[in-house]
Design a protein around this ligand. Sequence first.
Ligand code: NAD
Length: 504
Amino acid sequence: MGTSVWEQGPAWVAENFDSVNPATSEVIGTYPVQGRSEVDAVVERARQAASWWAGLTYRQRRTRLLAWKSHITRYLPRLAELVHNETGKPLGDAQLEILLAIVHIDWAAKHAGRVLGPRRVRSGLIAINQASRLEYQPLGVIGVIGPWNYPVFTPLGSIVYALAAGNAVVFKPSELTPAVGGWLVSSLGEVIPEQPVLQMVTGGGETGQALALSAVDKIAFTGSAATAKKVMAACAENLTPLVAECGGKDALLVSADADLDAAADAAAWGALSNAGQTCVGVERVYVVDEVYHTFLEKLAERAAAVRPGEDREADYGPMTMPGQIEIIEGHIADALARGGRPVVGGLASIRRPYVGPVILADVPEESRAVSEETFGPTLTVTRVGDLDEAVRLANASRYALGSAVFSKNAKRALAAARALRAGMTSINSVITFASVPALPFGGSGDSGFGRIHGEDGLREFSRAKSITRQRMRPLADLTTLQRSEKDLNRVLRLVTLLHGKRYR
Ligand code: NAD
């Protein structure tokens, strides 16, 4: 296998760049690096598409989005092949990713009208003469900047909810996965040919920057916290709002009463699948003392049997992004230098472009392998006195994205889940929150802010519009220059009666 192209990452040739298969170095496609003026022109076209799209009814948009869903479902094998080629992930993983995205398109299309559509709200006694109405209107054009690790599921988490809310979208896929981005955009064009409600711009950071500086009404960014800061700075220029879905350092907590086989399975899959290149991948495990050894044994047994490769039987593929390997190597080296113990693999697991599974025990909390996002097939396992200590250590992170708790005691597990600062927690499974479209997805701290998915995800791409209509003259008119003392006193008496009661 030739690694020359792979080592350079995407090959930038003048104003074009190549998308490259990370396992074979084969060039998949060549794309233009689009600059400010090209991006602005695309956003301008999107503006027209947005007004057409916003003018459709929820039902009309729903029908079209469901047609897109059905198109993607029927062409799933073709799209999965493309994801496999462009990211290196096994075909089965690519299929799973698309399957999850389909569930989200379905939910967003079917629920947008209910969540965002006009509704009456109670006006309250003070404004009893008013009819009050609330609706959520589209923002206009949304710029979506995506990562490469789940090139279908992740950007669609923003794109689909933005479209369902009545916006047009300009999508800049990662420079590592433009072919997948292009497929998604042209597939939508096939089922919605009237207007370009979803368009693509291609390029790297500079193109993303141009999109953030353009006239879009909001940016939905998914990527690292470091890039999010640059995007936020660009958004500040025009006060463009931003939803930021960034990295994580997710912890899995194992209670003494956990099903240890299930916990070991989940930890192994959560940490190693997709070569650990998952924002909500498991990177840390905290295990209660009594079951520590048994759990570690079970986990080691499973992890040792896992093999990366390019062939169809491989458990996961190569590292998609070349530069990540140095970070992974640095984290393992730092953990070992600080007294960490390799249980499975170690520095020798790095065989470019592959990284074999690495399980590390007794790694100090201040080491990089515990405190920073590794984004590789590595996992630290730490012994704790009880579940409370596990929660405390899990929370002592700059990141707060996903998490998992394993316990057979539903009450105990729920208490731990609620105490975890992470935006999402799965009990007795991992990452399952991402497969429930009604549940919002997002984090806090270095994991970003705002939410995609679910009702919150729809509202993220909308602006609340409040309308009151005066139905009759008020009993006491307070909003007039002719306001009388008598009217004001009457209302004050009413408010005192309603709200002045002592509470104990
Ligand atoms: P990245 O931050 O390097 O790039 C993300 C996107 O931002 C790419 O499209 C890139 O071209 C663009 N970009 C780079 N510089 C930019 C700039 N200055 N202005 C505007 N755009 C710019 O991230 P990545 O390597 O593509 O993805 C991996 C990261 O994404 C990890 O940290 C992972 O945890 C995170 N991630 C988060 C989620 C989530 O939903 N929270 C999902 C997937 C990945």
